[in-house]
Design a protein around this ligand. Structure first.
Ligand code: FES
Length: 113
């Protein structure tokens, strides 16, 4: 399944990237930005961001069920990703007060109206 049509990233690409990212000693939170960079891609329109996050969650679960990552790594990854996405979903008050400021979301930058 294609997750990002701009960069032609599939769910299989994401799964492979997650295996490599989560196998690193100090694995970063596998946000869409981290995963896309790992695949040497960069978000363009960002419309795939929600699907990318959902796919990352599902793939972390699938990798755990396949025994490719430990349950503790899976749980901590999902917890960190949830915390990260919650923080990103809450705009800062200072940003809301300025029409010209932008909000970074992964590799995507969008105007706040
Ligand atoms: S659909 Fe992924 S960046 Fe456009």
């Amino acid at each position: 399944m294609i997750v990002c049509s701009c960069t032609e990233i599939s769910d299989r690409d994401i799964e492979g990237a997650l295996l490599e990212i989560l196998g690193a000693p100090d694995a970063p939170i596998p946000t869409p930005g981290i995963v896309y960079r790992h695949l040497a891609k960069r978000m363009n329109c960002c419309s795939c961001a929600p699907l990318a996050v959902e796919t990352i969650y599902n793939k972390v679960d699938a990798l755990e069920k396949k025994g490719l990552i430990s349950p503790s790594l899976s749980a901590s990854t999902r917890s960190k990703l949830l915390e990260f996405t919650s923080r990103r979903a809450t705009p800062r008050i200072a940003q809301r007060n300025s029409e010209s400021q932008t909000q970074a979301s992964g590799d995507c930058v969008r105007k706040i109206a």
